[in-house]
Design a protein around this ligand. Structure first.
Ligand SMILES: [Mg+2]
Length: 124
């Protein structure tokens, strides 16, 4: 297991699972116009983002009529839904080449490098 792996889940297994789920979503929409399928994949990210906000509102009881309806764990789960939906959309766009998670790793490392440059030294 590499440092990037979660106990019990290898990065390679996660990449394969992401491709399988993305292909399954596309297969379920194969009767639609291809551009409409892509629009649907992208719009789903916004839907999941809305669920993050709904969960946070519920976790902080901001709606007096509804009260406490969610937990911060729900907020985290919805944030991960956003991430996986975006990664699945990348797989969709790239023809399911299985590279979305590796691309994310590169973006994260580049982000840290840019932040360190802006910070004037390595981040603590
Ligand atoms: Mg969700």
């Amino acid at each position: 297991m590499s440092d990037a792996d979660t106990p019990g889940v290898s990065r390679a297994d996660a990449a394969v699972a992401l491709v399988r789920v993305s292909r399954w979503i596309d297969a379920g929409n194969a009767h639609r116009d291809p551009e409409a399928v892509t629009w649907g994949r992208l719009a789903k990210i916004s839907e999941e983002h809305g669920e993050v906000i709904e969960a946070f509102i519920g976790a902080t009881a901001q709606n007096p009529r509804k009260g406490l309806t969610h937990s911060m764990a729900d907020v985290e789960a919805e944030l991960l839904d956003v991430a996986v939906t975006a990664l699945g959309a990348i797989e969709h766009l790239r023809g399911h080449d299985g590279q979305a998670l590796a691309m994310l790793d590169e973006v994260i490392v580049r982000l840290e490098q840019r932040a360190a440059e802006a910070n004037g030294r390595a981040l603590p």
